[in-house]
Design a protein around this ligand. Structure first.
Ligand code: SF4
Ligand code: SF4
Length: 126
C-alpha cells in the first residue's frame, strides 16, 4: 500500500510517533478524535470486480448504538477488523465515502493539488 507520493513528511523519524496524512501531523488523540463513531466501516465487505464493497451485514460485534462491543480487544476478537491508519485512509478501500477521515484526506489532496498548481504557475511567471 502507499506510494512515494504519499510518503511521510518525517522520513528521518525525528518526531515522536504521530500520524501523518499528507502534510498534516496528528497526535494519537487528534487522530482518534476524527472518528465520529458512526460504525459505517463495521460492515462486512466483499471484493467485486476488483473493488471492495460493503455489504448490509454488520460485524457481529457492532452494537445497536453503533459502538463496538469488543473495542479494546477488537483486533484479537475480529480477524476482519482493520485499524484506521493514514495508509488505510489513503488506500480508500475500507472506509465509506462519508467517513470523516476520507473527507479530510480529500480536503488535504485538494489543497496539495492547488498548492502544486500554484507552484507550477509561479514557475512559469517571467
Ligand atoms: S466510518 Fe469513519 S467515522 Fe465512522 S466509525 Fe468508521 S472510522 Fe469512524
Ligand atoms: S470488531 Fe472492528 S469491525 Fe467489528 S464492530 Fe468492532 S471496530 Fe467494528
Amino acid at each position: 500500500m502507499g506510494s512515494s507520493r504519499h510518503r511521510s513528511r518525517d522520513p528521518a523519524g525525528a518526531l515522536p510517533p504521530v500520524y501523518w496524512l499528507g502534510g498534516r501531523r496528528f497526535t494519537h488523540g487528534e487522530w482518534e478524535a476524527i472518528c465520529d463513531g458512526c460504525g459505517l466501516c463495521c460492515y462486512e465487505k466483499v471484493r467485486e470486480h476488483g473493488r471492495v464493497v460493503a455489504t448490509g451485514t454488520p460485524c457481529r460485534f457492532l452494537a445497536d448504538d453503533r459502538s463496538c462491543r469488543v473495542y479494546g480487544e477488537r483486533f484479537e476478537a475480529c480477524g476482519e477488523c482493520v485499524k484506521v491508519t493514514p495508509e488505510v485512509v489513503r488506500q480508500g478501500e475500507v472506509l465509506p465515502d462519508e467517513c470523516p477521515y476520507v473527507l479530510l484526506w480529500r480536503e488535504i489532496e485538494d489543497q496539495e493539488a492547488d498548492g502544486a498548481l500554484g507552484r507550477r504557475r509561479g514557475r512559469r511567471r517571467p
